[in-house]
Every structure is written in structure tokens, then in C-alpha cells.
Write a protein that binds this ligand. Structure first.
Ligand SMILES: [Zn+2]
Length: 326
């Protein structure tokens, strides 16, 4: 997926460290419980010997059944759970904990990469570790409606910027809640400084935390990656893998569409990118200053029609918040 061997090894060592840390914590919990409730040690020892003895009996002597063994172990497990409860512990106190329960901190589910691993790879490939810092500051818990004007009404929607923003945020929240089940893409447009990027950051944070693979890329960088891939400027694997990830991640966020140098290549590359993702039913969020009319004249009819027919269009308006906050 485009990592160097040493980058990949470093990631895998990180998984090893995580598992080891959880294992140590579990050992500590066992030591604590064994000293406080010795009966639980007896039970665990009995369970291991029942398993071994039972298997021996069945295999060598042909006596006993799997059901007998299961029943005996189940009774002991119940006793163990109730002892833990009586002593004020949760029943799963002696269960292994995982940072990512999906892959049990291995990075893989069967042969395929878990999303936690995909995200770590994306982070390295796109140098997106700085995005984490941004997302710490720009997320729904820090989002404020306070700066939006509630006086002036839009001539078309008759909503004030504040009322409109409430609707937009509601749509974004629904988008996050239904992300796994509903395939949907968003086109956020409006003038500079009305909070589009802030809003895409809010969405990115929530979806990354729900372990989706999210690539956040400025439109300038997006076209660089696509051009390098098309014209094979960098003939290494990394360039190809970057482009593959652009097409395959769970969510692609294209920030500030229209700020790149627009030419015939960008128009067709943009169409191919959003069309391919559409065929794969992978979501895209585009944020841009371009109105729909400008979108049509800047790119192509195909881009315009793909976006207007498949994307949820969210217009954000109001004063430039950055001026207000100065
Ligand atoms: Zn995982």
C-alpha cells in the first residue's frame, strides 16, 4: 500500500507494543484477583485440567463427550462470574482488552487490513498527522453557532444564515449517523470564511473515530496525485498507491475545489475520480467557493451533472466569520 518496508515494520511493532501492554495489564488484573479471590485461581486451574483430561478421555479411552466437558466448564465459568460480581468487579474484568476490538490489535481481519491499519497508513502516506491536531480544535464540541447572523434573510430560501446553518449541521449529523448504511456524498458551497472547512473537519473527526478510512486532501494536492499517476511522473509504487487510496478510502474530502490551476486535465481527472468513486459507492465531500453555475463553467457538464444529481447540495452563506473573529 505504498509504505516502505521500514515504515510498515514500525507500524507492526506498534501493534505488538499495544498487544503487549494490554497483556501486561491483564496479567496485573489476574494477579490482583488471584490474591483477593483464591477460589478463582482454583476454578481456572480446574478448567484447564478438565479440558486436557476430557480431550484425553475422548481420544484415548473413547469415554465422555464434548457436551459433558462443555457443561462442566460452563458451570465453573458461571461460578467465576458470580464471584467477581460479589466482590464488586465486572464479569469481564479478566477478559483481554483491545484498543481495536475488530482486529484485536493485529491490524488484520483475516487477510484484509483493518480500518485502524488503513488509517495509520493513510496518515503516513498523506502526512496527515497534523490533521489530528486540527481536529482536536475543530470538531462538533467546539463548533459555535454564535457567529452566524440571524437578521438578514436570504432572498431565495428566506432563511437567515443562522437558521440555514442549523439545517446544514443537522444534515451533516445525519450524514455521520448513517454513513455505514447510506451511500451519500456532500457538496458544501458558499463564500470564503463561512465555516465550510470547519464543518468538514467536524465530519472527518467523527468518521475517523468510528474507524472509517478518511482522506482529507486539498484540491491542489488531489490533482498533483492524479496527474503523477496519469503521467507516471513518479514511476514508483507509492504514487500509484496514493491514487488507489484516493479511489478506495471510505470517505474522500476534497477541500477548496477550484483553487487549483484549472485546465482540460483537471476537468477530466475530476470526473474520473468522482465517477469511479460513485461506481464503487464510496462517499465524497467537496467543499468549494464555486457556485453551481461556476462549477459547470469551470469543469464540465459531466462533472456538473454527476454532482447535482448524486450529491446533497449544502449552501452555506453569511458574513466572513474570520473578519468577525479578528
Ligand atoms: Zn483494527
Amino acid at each position: 500500500m505504498g509504505l516502505t518496508v521500514s515504515q510498515y515494520d514500525a507500524l507492526m511493532r506498534e501493534y505488538d507494543r499495544t498487544r503487549l501492554a494490554h497483556k501486561r495489564q491483564l496479567d496485573d488484573r489476574y494477579a490482583e484477583i488471584y490474591s483477593k479471590i483464591p477460589r478463582i485461581k482454583e476454578i481456572n486451574d480446574t478448567i484447564s485440567s478438565i479440558s486436557i483430561q476430557g480431550a484425553k478421555k475422548m481420544l484415548l479411552e473413547g469415554t465422555g463427550t464434548l457436551e459433558d466437558i462443555k457443561a462442566e466448564i460452563e458451570a465453573l465459568s458461571k461460578e467465576k462470574a458470580s464471584l467477581l460480581r460479589q466482590n464488586g468487579y465486572s464479569e469481564d474484568y479478566l477478559a483481554m482488552e483491545y484498543t481495536c476490538s475488530k482486529c484485536q490489535d493485529t491490524g488484520y481481519i483475516g487477510q484484509s487490513k483493518c480500518n485502524c491499519l488503513k488509517n495509520s497508513i493513510i496518515e503516513i502516506l498523506y502526512e496527515q498527522s497534523n490533521i489530528k491536531e486540527i481536529l482536536e480544535k475543530e470538531n462538533f464540541s467546539t463548533f459555535s453557532f454564535g457567529h452566524y447572523d440571524n437578521q438578514t434573510r436570504d432572498s431565495i430560501t428566506n432563511l437567515t444564515p443562522l437558521e440555514n446553518m442549523h439545517d446544514v449541521v443537522k444534515t451533516c449529523r445525519e450524514y455521520i449517523d448513517n454513513f455505514k448504511t447510506d451511500y451519500r456524498s456532500l457538496y458544501l458551497y458558499g463564500p470564503t470564511g463561512v465555516g465550510k472547512t470547519f464543518l468538514t473537519n467536524c465530519i472527518a473527526k467523527e468518521l475517523i473515530e468510528n474507524s472509517n478510512s478518511v482522506i482529507y486532501v486539498s484540491s491542489i494536492r488531489l490533482f498533483e496525485i492524479l496527474a503523477n499517476n496519469t503521467f507516471k511522473k513518479n514511476d514508483n509504487l507509492e504514487g500509484k498507491d496514493l491514487a488507489d487510496n484516493i479511489l478506495d478510502c471510505d470517505l474522500l474530502i476534497i477541500d477548496d475545489l477550484g483553487t487549483e490551476m484549472v485546465n482540460s486535465f483537471t476537468a477530466s481527472a475530476l470526473f474520473n475520480c468522482i465517477n469511479e468513486r460513485h461506481l464503487r459507492r464510496k462517499s465524497v465531500i467537496i467543499s468549494t467557493n464555486l457556485s453551481l453555475a461556476e462549477l459547470r463553467s469551470t469543469y464540465s457538464e459531466r462533472v456538473f451533472s454527476r454532482i447535482t444529481s448524486n450529491y446533497t447540495l449544502l449552501k452555506i452563506y453569511g458574513d466572513d466569520l474570520r473578519m468577525k473573529l479578528r
